[in-house]
Design a protein around this ligand. Structure first.
Ligand SMILES: CCCCCCCC/C=C\CCCCCCCCCC(=O)SCCNC(=O)CCNC(=O)[C@H](O)C(C)(C)COP(=O)(O)OP(=O)(O)OC[C@H]1O[C@@H](n2cnc3c(N)ncnc32)[C@H](O)[C@@H]1OP(=O)(O)O
Ligand SMILES: Cc1cc2nc3c(=O)[nH]c(=O)nc-3n(C[C@H](O)[C@H](O)[C@H](O)COP(=O)(O)OP(=O)(O)OC[C@H]3O[C@@H](n4cnc5c(N)ncnc54)[C@H](O)[C@@H]3O)c2cc1C
Length: 633
């Protein structure tokens, strides 16, 4: 076995045929895909070798290991779904025997997760793909009965994967048992041709993610062995007996894994955008502050600090909360392994709102970083446009944001009702029980005081939602209709809950470790945490005025403190983004390179445009010249 030296970054980034002569943005859709498969295959080979001595772990903690691919494949790694969902679905949903069987080829197979269909993405109980047990042959027959039942969107499905985990409605003896997962080979290992009975292809160009090879898949009487249903949670026996799962939602477990993971993912996306925009803002001199002095670094404009420092702070917030959420996830998975599912609803609610807030915030903050770089931020060579389109895809995939916030709201309303009945609640929602006792507490202008205030907002809005639902029901609406009528407020409750969680976890985790850090590091981290909390207190001042005893004077003091924090962070701003330690080869940005040679790099990149290969493009002679001469006076 080849032994690769570590660290991986040096190894991977030293491989010549992983570098691009022509920037990706100048390749065609097809060339882009072929180029990323070329590079991805080299990486796949390296990771396969490196991973041979490690068993497929059901749940690997968020790490930056796969980040190297961000530098090699600036867009998206078409093998990503193999690691993000295909393998976790099998390790999470298959029996140990099935895992041994399905994963025996290790990296010899490439998989994806085929759940979404042309007609359904959110409402999983409405999926139309069917898996019908054939008792005689001990097989399932998979079918796509309608065009809308075609699998549509799975990453890598178009031309990359040769296997997939398929979510289909299970039919046994004429009875539908709902969505279940099935292990399906879709291409011949040797020839890569689609297997008979399948229609496979790529869904076409997108606003980003264009190397993810999102595809479509239709089944026509496609047969798989009965044993290919993932049977850890529910089973279909040879005689057709269906054994129910202890909790039908365990089938959705792979989605929870990715949602939990995405918090850390977004931390890293934001770290890259912040690094690019803060470094550029330190290099770029534009305009004056004092008329009689030279042009200043645009980072000296306080409004530029207001635009950018929140991204530095948010990246740390997501990283710290991502690790906290990962620990919760690991504990709940461990409990489930021991047969207890008590905390699954809480984990689902936490992962839904935190995935939504982190992906939404990453989107608008990356856009804010781009805009803060002026016209040069609009260049593909800055890498900010690609970061934006890649990050914002996550607002939709793995659970559309509105839908997931409503899932969290469902948990908040249930928790509120339990609180009103005097029941004890999990720590993450226990503040709901304290609302009436703390509602009129004197406001404290401290990070803890703000966190307490944000929790009062959650409780107040949740109470308002519960009353709204009750009002609609009392006017004759069914509960589900009343829920729909109150959904604008329900979304607000979930958003407030997510923000309170992020502020609380960020502040108390930093506070907890600060005594173990050098004084300077502790001071700067606390400044970032306080900046984050104060920023959101000011953004949510309306809610705080409604649900807490905060005064105008308190808000004025918070604004003053916020501006103090910007000034305190300014001297460390470049050091803070340097500490994200993202190499130029992974940052892939003419604006954010460590050496600050922005203008030289922009020109070097521009000259790589195929259009600059000649001084006069052929279109002049073919198209322009005849028209110019014709109309020449
Ligand atoms: C090279 C190396 C690489 C290494 C890589 C490492 C890993 C990298 C990881 C991440 C990086 C990013 C990579 C991502 C790339 C793109 C991936 C995109 C993949 C996809 O998009 S897959 C498809 C995603 N689809 C969805 O999320 C669908 C969303 N819809 C649903 O979840 C459900 O339909 C619903 C929840 C909206 C509704 O379901 P329904 O059955 O109708 O449920 P309800 O009636 O609303 O509620 C019933 C009850 O169930 C509870 N519940 C619902 N869902 C869950 C759940 N998931 N878990 C637990 N419990 C759940 C719900 O709370 C209700 O409970 P209650 O009745 O209230 O008690
Ligand atoms: C880049 C990308 C990669 C993807 N990769 C995969 C993959 O690998 N595998 C896979 O299976 N899928 C994948 N998906 C699909 C993704 O999971 C779905 O797009 C997502 O679940 C949303 O479903 P939908 O697109 O059908 O939107 P719909 O479910 O049709 O929702 C459309 C809109 O309707 C509204 N809505 C829907 N339901 C409700 C509700 N109950 N209450 C209120 N409003 C509602 C929401 O505003 C929503 O935005 C990917 C998608 C993208 C964009």
């Amino acid at each position: 076995m080849k032994c690769y030296p570590v660290p991986r970054e040096n190894l991977v980034l030293s491989i010549d045929n992983l570098k691009d002569d022509i920037p990706e943005e100048y390749l065609s859709h097809k060339e882009c895909y072929e180029n990323v498969i070329r590079k991805g295959s080299v990486l796949y080979d390296i990771f396969s070798e490196l991973s041979k001595d490690r068993k497929h772990k059901a749940h690997q903690a968020p790490s930056n290991a796969y980040r190297i691919s961000d530098g090699i494949m600036q867009n998206v790694n078409p093998f990503l779904l193999h690691f993000a969902l295909f393998v976790p679905a099998i390790t999470n949903q298959a029996t140990p025997e099935q895992q041994a069987e399905f994963l025996k080829h290790g990296f010899g197979i490439i998989g994806t997760y085929a759940q979404t269909e042309l007609g359904h993405g959110t409402f999983l109980r409405g999926l139309e793909t069917t898996a019908t047990l054939d008792l005689e042959t001990d097989e399932f027959v998979l079918n796509s009965p309608t065009l809308t039942s075609y699998k549509w969107w799975p990453g890598g499905l178009g031309h990359t994967a040769n296997h997939c985990v398929v979510m289909a409605q299970l039919y046994v003896k004429g009875k539908c048992h709902g969505p279940h997962l099935f292990f399906v080979q879709i291409r011949d290992i040797e020839t890569h041709e689609p297997l008979p009975g399948l229609k496979l292809g790529e869904i076409g160009a997108k606003m980003g993610f264009n190397t993810a090879d999102n595809g479509f898949l239709g089944f026509h009487n496609f047969r798989i062995p009965r044993n290919n249903m993932l049977m850890k949670n529910s089973q279909v026996l040879k005689d057709g007996t269906y054994v129910e799962s202890k909790n039908e939602k365990l089938t959705y477990g792979s989605m929870v894994f990715v949602r939990v993971y995405l918090l850390s993912d977004m931390a890293y996306m934001l770290a890259r955008a912040a690094t690019i925009s803060v470094r550029y803002s330190a290099v770029r001199h534009q305009s004056h502050i004092k008329p009689d002095e030279p042009e200043v670094q645009i980072l000296d404009f306080v409004i530029q600090q207001h635009k950018l420092f929140i991204s530095i702070a948010t990246s740390h917030a997501f990283k710290i909360c991502g690790l906290w959420l990962w620990q919760t996830y690991s504990k709940v998975m461990e409990d489930i392994g021991k047969g207890s599912m008590d905390r699954l609803p809480e984990l689902h609610a936490l992962s839904c709102c935190l995935k939504t807030t982190s992906t939404r915030d990453a989107g608008w903050l990356i856009e804010q970083c781009r805009l803060a770089c002026g016209g040069h931020g609009y260049l593909m060579s800055s890498n900010l446009p690609s970061l934006y389109t890649t990050a914002t895809a996550a607002i939709t995939y793995e659970g559309e944001s509105t839908v997931l916030l409503l899932q969290t709201a469902r948990y908040l309303i249930k928790s509120w009702k339990r609180a009103m009945e005097g029941e004890s609640l999990p720590a993450t929602v226990s503040f709901l029980s304290e609302y009436f006792n703390k509602r009129y507490n004197k406001w404290e202008n401290t990070p803890k005081g703000i966190v307490d205030g944000l929790k009062l907002v959650v409780a107040g809005v949740t109470k308002m939602c519960a009353e709204s639902i009750q009002k609609h029901v009392s006017r004759g609406q069914q509960y589900e209709e009343a829920w729909n009528s109150s959904s604008v407020q329900l979304i607000k409750a979930s958003e407030a809950y997510s923000r309170a969680l992020l502020c609380e976890v960020f502040w108390f985790e930093v506070d907890k470790v600060s005594s173990t850090l050098s004084n300077n590091l502790a001071v700067v981290l606390k400044q970032l945490a306080e900046l984050y909390i104060t920023y959101w207190a000011l953004e949510k001042r309306g809610d705080l005025l409604v649900y807490t005893t905060i005064s105008k004077d308190d808000l004025d003091k918070l604004q003053e403190r916020y501006e103090e924090l910007l000034a305190l962070i300014r001297p460390n701003a470049v050091g803070l983004v340097d500490s994200f330690d993202i190499r130029d080869e992974i940052l892939c940005s003419t604006l954010g390179a460590y050496d600050g040679r922005v203008y030289e790099r922009m020109m070097e990149h521009a000259l790589k445009s195929p259009l600059n290969a000649e001084t006069v493009n052929q279109s002049f002679h073919k198209y322009m010249k005849p028209v110019i001469l014709k109309h020449k006076i």
